[in-house]
Design a binder for this molecule. Structure first.
Ligand code: SAM
Length: 288
């Protein structure tokens, strides 16, 4: 990396020369902190064997670091205006390909097949915060060959992803993420590490895909329906929130809770993933 692109003076010069204007709606806050770039790369545990999908390369600050540490990088960027900038900032790397597209609309199974031919992929991204969660869940739910996702998120979202039962941050996102992956905060990041600075504190989180989901459930859809229903009215006991949200009679729910050996006075926010798994299977049985 000859040019230290993350340095604000260098970044301003490059952006000025290309007449680039930041788009707030695309969440364009570029990293200007070399130590955060290092921490992201370390969180991804990159080696030359690795293939990386970067989402939202921006002007290529993080992409350069990824190209230096991984075998190959495919970067998907939505903003056509950044393509000439990336052409220049990535010109010295032969192991990178930039794809113009919206990660939420691309046919991901096809992209993975075309670009990675079934190999396990590491996803690295610093994205607009409002689309980070749908993107992560999409990778997991579509069962794509993703072994690890290292992503910058709002600090509060990172806390929710790694939260444990009976804490304020514990909820459907904690369970959805932990069902598929082990979540670890790599580093917290202050607003001053970005240009322009965002209004929130951020954190880099590593989601390490489990070989198989954390709990073995009979019906995945029912499991997630039960989880959602249990948190829909977090202050209510399980029979109350599950009956009103799922439309299942309370006596059937009490029967299912007894089968699952879960006290009916408990609230959903106190249940572990394993207990949710047992409960969903028991509800499936009583409804059969
Ligand atoms: N990775 C760069 C960095 O760390 O400095 C840029 C990060 S910036 C927060 C987010 C980038 O994602 C922008 O370049 C933006 O244009 C791009 N982006 C936003 N929405 C996207 C989408 N749906 N698909 C692909 N890229 C997107």
């Amino acid at each position: 990396m000859k040019e230290r692109l993350y340095k604000p003076s260098v970044m301003r010069e490059v952006l000025g020369r290309h007449g680039f204007h930041f788009s707030k709606s695309l969440g364009q806050n570029f990293l200007i902190d070399g130590s955060v770039l290092d921490r992201i790369a370390e969180g991804a545990e990159l080696s030359e064997e690795d293939v990386v999908l970067e989402v939202g390369p921006g002007i290529g600050v993080l992409t350069q670091v990824l190209c230096e540490r991984a075998g190959r990088v495919v970067a998907v960027e939505i903003d056509r205006g950044l393509l000439p900038v990336l052409d220049e900032t990535l010109s010295e790397y032969s192991n990178v390909e930039v794809v113009l597209g919206d990660i939420l609309r691309l046919d991901l199974p096809q992209l993975f097949e075309e670009k990675f031919a079934g190999k396990q992929v590491k996803v690295v991204a610093n994205l607009p915060y409002y689309i980070t969660t749908p993107i992560i869940m999409n990778f997991f739910e579509k069962k794509l060959p993703v072994e690890r996702i290292v992503v910058m998120v709002q600090k509060e979202v990172a806390d929710r992803m790694q939260a444990v039962p009976s804490t304020k941050a514990y909820g459907t996102l904690s369970i959805a993420v932990q069902y598929y992956a082990e979540a670890k905060i790599v580093t917290t990041v202050s607003a001053g590490s970005f240009f322009p600075p965002p209004n929130v504190d951020s954190a880099v989180i590593a989601l390490i895909r489990r070989e198989k989901p954390a709990v073995d459930v009979k019906d995945e859809d029912l499991f997630f329906r039960v989880v959602k229903a249990a948190f829909a009215q977090r202050r209510k006991t399980l029979p109350n929130t599950l009956s009103s949200t799922m439309g299942v009679a309370k006596d059937l729910l009490r029967e299912a809770l007894a089968k699952a050996e879960i006290d009916p006075m408990r609230r959903g926010e106190s249940l572990s993933l394993e207990e949710f798994g047992r409960l969903a299977d028991a509800i499936g049985e009583v409804l059969a």
